[in-house]
Ligand binder design. Structure first.
Ligand code: RIB
Ligand code: CA
Length: 374
């Protein structure tokens, strides 16, 4: 049987199990982005994840483009209607800085997704956070894989928000580790350091400390071309998905499965970026890892610390500083993820997203370029 297509009895069993599984209700805040895209795919692929709403935060690309990317991925994944809200066009204090050199002109690498006809929410991303947290008090899990601008605006509007969330997972920061944007700062924090400080300060008094997935750990989550090949194979896509470091920059995926094809084109750009910055022909999958932690915090070991954000440093502005030993005399406000099993994460990611793509497009076995245009 072709990999990817499951027997009917298996589908029935899976759907029956789905009803019994405890779903995790998520408020997802992204700056889609290549790895944000895979975070969305991963969550959409998980029966136990229910996305209550998606906040589109300016970061990798402007907020409107983030929202357009989110809607386009929902279309490709034939997703039910999920509210997508547009966030602030700018950070709290400083001008917006984007990074198309890292994530591509549209923010999804070399992928070109059809523009969606879906519409964005009438409410702002900050209002989405506040309303969903109140409506799902104690139940909603927050996940932020971009700058903290809109979460900070939400915390200002609803100071109780930290205690309304069941859990918060943040991809951001670097602690005993070099930054990826300046020598001491990580991108999501560097875009809006003031917002990051608002959020970390707000959780100083909360019972449930946010789990912080910083570069220290997320740069051990390195996707390789072989991971992409195996995901495509699990989806039943053809031909074999082979991203090679020596490929010309014009090479694009011919995968028969549309999810595989567009994702492969997106991640190819990210691998080229990492290669060109002497990190190897790999792609650090910061955001899908944080998404997996949002569903299962047991994936990481954490250490409590008091985190604050440097705002005044000329060389270190945007640096996340962790007080592990109570030197500042302040309560810990974060659980910093410090250990995980990257191989186990990729096994799960490949299985979940590959099988999902195969279910979405079961008949897509014919290589893309050999398909007759209807
Ligand atoms: O530093 C990595 C983070 O910055 C990731 O979330 C990536 O998508 C970018 O937003
Ligand atoms: Ca991101």
């Amino acid at each position: 049987m072709k990999a990817g297509a499951e027997p009917l009895f298996q589908t029935i069993a899976r759907l029956a199990a789905w009803n019994s599984v405890d779903t995790t209700k998520l408020i997802v805040d992204v700056d889609t982005g290549i790895d944000d895209s895979l975070a969305l795919l991963f969550l959409l692929a998980n029966a136990e994840a229910e996305i209550l709403g998606i906040a589109s935060t300016a970061g990798n690309v402007p907020a409107q483009q983030v929202a357009a990317n989110n809607l386009a991925w929902l279309d490709l994944c034939r997703s039910p209607d999920i509210e997508v809200a547009v966030g602030s066009p700018v950070p709290l204090v400083i001008p917006l800085r984007t990074t198309e050199d890292t994530h591509g002109p549209q923010g999804i690498g070399h992928a070109v997704l059809p523009r969606s006809d879906r519409t964005v929410s009438s409410r702002s991303a900050a209002q989405l956070w506040v309303d969903l947290a109140r409506e799902n008090a104690g139940v909603a899990v927050g996940l932020v894989t971009g700058p903290l601008t809109n979460l900070a605006l939400a915390v200002r509007a609803e100071p109780e928000l930290p205690s309304l969330l069941r859990r918060l997972v943040i991809m951001g920061g670097a602690f005993n580790y070099a930054g990826n944007t300046t020598p001491t700062t990580e991108w999501n924090i560097s875009v809006d350091p003031e917002a990051a400080k608002v959020v970390f300060d707000a959780f100083g008094a909360a019972d449930r400390r946010p789990i912080v997935c910083a570069l220290d750990l997320t740069e051990t989550i390195a996707m390789t071309p072989d991971h992409v090949r195996r995901l495509a194979q699990r989806a039943g896509s053809a031909p074999e998905e082979a991203i090679a470091e020596t490929d010309a920059s014009t090479v694009r995926s011919q995968a028969s499965n549309p999810v595989v094809r567009h994702f492969s084109d997106a991640v190819r750009f990210y691998m080229e970026f990492h290669r060109d910055h002497q990190q190897g022909f790999i792609a650090h999958m910061h955001d899908p890892f944080a998404a997996a932690v949002a569903l299962d915090p047991g994936l990481v070991q954490t250490r409590p610390a008091t985190v604050d954000v440097e705002l005044a440093g000329t060389l270190t502005r945007g640096m996340t500083v962790a007080d592990w030993a109570g030197m500042w005399g302040r309560r810990p406000n974060a659980e910093i993820a410090c250990r995980t099993d990257p191989a186990a994460f990729f096994e799960m990611l490949i299985e979940r997203v590959g099988a999902f793509a195969g279910r979405l497009y079961p008949g897509a076995g014919v290589p893309h370029k050999h398909r007759r245009r209807r």
